[in-house]
Write a protein that binds this ligand. Structure first.
Ligand SMILES: *Cc1c(COP(=O)(O)O)cnc(C)c1O
Length: 428
């Protein structure tokens, strides 16, 4: 038995399913999860001494690759001054200033400890501000695991077998309305069915939790006009896209201004961090200024702030990183599409910038129903082959493939070579 297998056996005795987050369980693809001991750049080393070329990047935070020395140093230095104060510190002010200066729609921002918490709090602020209860979300978009967002959710919920979660009160789900991604009419219909009741529309500006589905021309700007007309708030969940599609996130990339934005992942550089922010008037409903209560023992934690700030400073001072990432992503998608054509593989390549996805379906993917036509068995076979060759992609069809600034053209070439071997293999 390998050390990973032994650890998984122990884990299953004391942790539900042996994992602290369902997407890590390999349930959708078969096989045993690898236990990672160490990661550096694009490489992850498991406890058995196997090395993997990593395309998950901790599900997004590691945009500069693992163990970036400047980030590690910043975190260590901060840790030496104290792990948590439960009082204000300078780093959280710097973090808030940096976010507000970088993302023009954000005038006030509150730090929290995860993307889930950011979304949960942003929804509460939206409801508090508008005095309305209903929220529109899109099928296949994932916004963390708070009750009201586990309706037609993406990510692990998509492969978990059940579309919704047990334990979510009916009343909670009743205030969540679902629309179809890239389909403005489906949103218009909800606004006409529930006039004056919808507090906010929340969307992943690039849907990256049902695989990767990019917004079609006019979709995001259409949501903007619709929300303004109906006096509902537009919330961009930029937990993945924030500081990834560029320093101004998806809202800068697509030039659409939301009322509220949620962040996570990259702004913590691998530490547990989230944030929500937006228009001053809306954010001033949050306590202690306003009546919307939201708090956190460890929010704005000095070590997490130091790590996140170190990463954001590097990104800010080196805009060429985004150019490189976007170029690498385009190059990967173009070459992969070429391979699929050459070997007549019925798959779709989607993505934008450093987010990509290979869907095992013949149909073009533009929303949740088309993403769901993917052959997850075929994905599982592909995943196991890639892993056996030391290439670690997400253990689910419905996740993104993340590039980091540490990835090189050689990494991409090697990956494409392994993919080519796979499709070239007679028995595949
Ligand atoms: C990951 C993610 C979340 C949840 O963040 P956690 O830190 O896992 O709670 C929310 N929204 C989106 C778009 C995400 O990708």
């Amino acid at each position: 038995m390998s050390r990973s297998e032994a650890l998984f056996e122990r884990a299953k005795q004391v942790i539900p399913g042996g994992v602290n987050s369902p997407v890590r369980a390999f349930q959708a693809v078969g096989g045993n999860p690898r236990f990672i001991g160490k990661a550096d750049g694009t490489r992850m080393m498991d406890v058995d001494g196997n090395t993997y070329l990593d395309y998950i990047g901790s599900w997004g935070p590691m945009i500069l690759g693992h163990s970036h020395p400047a980030i590690t140093e910043a975190a260590v230095k901060a840790a030496e001054q104290g792990l948590s104060f439960g009082a204000s510190c300078e780093a959280e002010v710097e973090m808030a200033e940096l976010i507000c200066q970088s993302v023009p729609s954000v005038e006030l921002v509150r730090m929290v400890n995860s993307g889930t918490e950011a979304v949960m709090s942003a929804l509460r602020a939206a409801r508090g501000y508008t005095g309305r209860d209903k929220i529109v979300k899109f099928e296949g978009c994932y916004h963390g695991h708070c009750d009201s967002m586990l309706v037609k959710a993406g990510s692990g919920v998509m492969t978990g077998g059940a579309p919704d979660s047990a334990g979510v009160p009916k009343g909670c789900a009743a205030d969540t309305l679902t629309a179809v991604y890239n389909d403005l009419k489906s949103v218009e219909k909800l606004f006409s069915e529930f006039p004056g009741e919808i507090a906010a529309v929340i969307v992943e500006p690039v849907a990256a939790n049902m695989g990767v589905v990019t917004p079609e021309e006019g979709f995001l700007s259409g949501l903007r006009s619709l929300c303004s007309k109906e006096k509902a708030l537009l919330i961009f969940d930029e937990v993945i896209t924030g500081f990834r599609l560029g320093f101004t996130g998806a809202q800068g990339y697509y030039d659409v201004t939301p009322d509220l934005t949620t962040f996570g992942k990259i702004i913590g550089a691998g530490m547990p961090v989230g944030a929500y922010g937006g228009r001053r008037e809306v954010m001033e409903t949050v306590a202690p200024v306003g009546q919307v209560y939201q708090a956190g023992t460890l929010s704005g934690n000095p070590v997490a702030m130091a790590a996140g700030l170190a990463q954001l400073h590097i990104l800010k001072e080196n805009p060429d990183i985004y150019e490189k990432l976007n170029r690498l992503g385009d190059c990967f998608r173009t070459k992969l599409s070429g391979l699929l054509e050459q070997y007549q593989v019925p798959c779709q390549v989607t993505g934008v910038g450093s987010l990509s996805c290979l869907f095992f379906t013949e149909r073009p993917v533009r929303d949740y129903p088309s993403a769901k036509t993917s052959d997850t068995e075929a994905f599982g076979r592909y995943f196991r082959y890639m892993l056996s060759k030391g290439i670690y992609v997400a253990p689910s069809q419905f996740e993104a493939l993340f590039l980091s600034a540490a990835h090189t053209e050689e990494d991409i070439s090697r990956t494409l070579t392994v993919m080519e071997e796979y499709w070239n293999h007679p028995e595949v």
